[in-house]
Design a protein around this ligand. Sequence first.
Ligand SMILES: NC(=O)c1ccc[n+]([C@@H]2O[C@H](COP(=O)([O-])OP(=O)(O)OC[C@H]3O[C@@H](n4cnc5c(N)ncnc54)[C@H](O)[C@@H]3O)[C@@H](O)[C@H]2O)c1
Length: 313
Amino acid sequence: MKIQLRLPPYTFQCCSSPFKQKSFVKLIGWRSHETDTPKFLLNSLSPTLSIILKSESPPYIYAMKNIIITGGASGIGLAITKLFASNGNNVFFIDYNESLGMEVEKDLFDKGLKVTFLQADVSNLAEVKKIFERTPDKLDVLVNNAGISHIGNLENTAEEDFEKVFQVNAKGVFTCSQAAIPKLKSNGGGAIINMCSVAATIGIPDRFAYSMTKGAVYSMTLSIARDFVSHNIRCNSVSPGRIHTPFVDGFLAKNYPGQEKEMFEKLAATQPIGRMGTPEEIAGLVYYLGSDEASFITGSNFTIDGGFMGLKV
Ligand SMILES: NC(=O)c1ccc[n+]([C@@H]2O[C@H](COP(=O)([O-])OP(=O)(O)OC[C@H]3O[C@@H](n4cnc5c(N)ncnc54)[C@H](O)[C@@H]3O)[C@@H](O)[C@H]2O)c1
């Protein structure tokens, strides 16, 4: 049996079984390990909680949450996967890239984290529905993060590129959200967080198709939030500025071969804070929006961009 106790300032997780005399205690920031419950922890708890920790079958206090993250094998999605998992949640991450997904799953599993990799293309509804069947009936949080980049304006965007980027970035949010709704409902509610972009609401040069998809993500966020507010399902979006991930490196390599370093510096400098963001900085905001602390927030878009949208350079 597994419980998670949330006692500020620490969150820790404890599980024990009738077959194991030892408890498994994990503090945020500590490496996972099996150990006897540390005395200093027991001493710092109320008598009731100490008894719970010492008992073989502790009662349910704060259930770990079931989380699904798309595009969880790389960049921002990977940071989100790690953050939810290292806080004792049961994380399922979906990714198109099978070899990378398996590598990430093994790496995190070896670190004692509870993660399951599910290979699927988020733009394929049948595939998505099939893999959602392999996740628990009750879902707390869905993070629609999978996405691809595209560069081009209205004149030079090829039809197949327009369709491809729409299929992944926009349709992928539709497929996963549709598959998630019954599980969120049977959970009594939950949260959907969509990865949007600053490109959704301002004109960025040469991002015609990409911006269109993020505009769709933004409006789907509002629509989902409105239609499921009575089911206690919150839906919000996060709009990052430039974040240094393989997405950016791949984008530069593909579109600016030989000029990667120069273009990287140029992109970093467009943000008043003077650098690109990190995946971990985005993950922190997503984690908050998925938590009970964000229970009054729905239908909102959160810009996280080093001042790109709000400050004059
Ligand atoms: N990096 C940035 O500067 C930035 C800025 C704003 C928004 N975003 C958004 O953040 C999200 C993540 O970007 P990132 O920078 O971490 O990218 P990334 O390329 O590092 O990671 C994206 C992940 O999505 C997966 N993926 C791609 N297509 C998929 C599909 N059809 N089905 C399943 N998985 C698929 C990839 O395999 C990869 O693991 C994207 O939606 C992107 O548009 C990124």
